[in-house]
Write a new protein. Sequence first.
Lengths: 128, 107
Amino acid sequence: EVRLVESGGGLVQPGGSLRLSCAASGFTLSDHYMDWVRQAPGKGLEWVGRIRNKANSDTTEYAASVKGRFTISRDDSKNSLYLQMNSLTTEDTAVYFCARVYCSGSNCPWGKAYFDYWGQGTLVTVSS
Amino acid sequence: DIQMTQSPSSLSASVGDRVTITCRASQGISNYLAWFQQKPGAAPKSLIYGASSLQSGVPSKFSGSGSGTDFTLTISSLQPEDFATYYCQQYNSYPLTFGGGTKVEIK
C-alpha cells in the first residue's frame, strides 16, 4: 500500500525557516517524481514545486511565489522527501501536502505526469 | 501561466441527482487534466487523469470528458459520500495550476 506521511509543520515567526518531511512507503521512492502542494486556510490548492527522480537528475521546478525561498530535496535511501522553507511570510501559512507523480523511470512525458497519491498534510503557521 | 476556471463555485444537489462541473483552461492543454475530490479536513483524493480516465478504485459514477480548453466532471447519481469540494488541475506545463474548486452541498 502506497503511503505518504508529512511531518515538521508548526508555528514559525515571519522571516523564519522550517523543514518539512514526507515519509514514503509501499513503493520505490527513487522511481518517482514527487511534488509539494499547499492549501491556505479556507482556500484552494496551490502547487509549490516538483523534484524529478534520480533518472532525471533530481532536477526541480518551483512556483514563482516560492522560488528562491523554498528548496525541494529527496533522500531516496531514507524514503524521504523534503521541503526547506526560508524567509517565511504570513502568506505561506497553509497545510502542505506531498503528492506522488504516477510515472516512473527515465521517461515521464506530460501525459503520465499526473498525481495519484497524496499525503494527509502538515500545517505550517507563520505568525508573530 | 495557464488559468483554470471552474464553474459553478458551489452547487446544492439532492441524493440521486446527476451533477456536472465544468473546468475551462485559458489555453489548450490537450487532455492533461485531472480531477480531485476533497472532504473537509482531509487530503485531496485523485479521481480522474487524462481528462477521462478513472484512477484505480474510483467508482464508475464519476466520469470526465473534454479536450483542449473545456472539460467536465459528471457524477451520475450523487450519494451522501460525494458531498465534497472538487478541483480540476492542468499538468500540461509549469507551473501546474488548479481551478478554484466547486463545493457540492446537500440540498
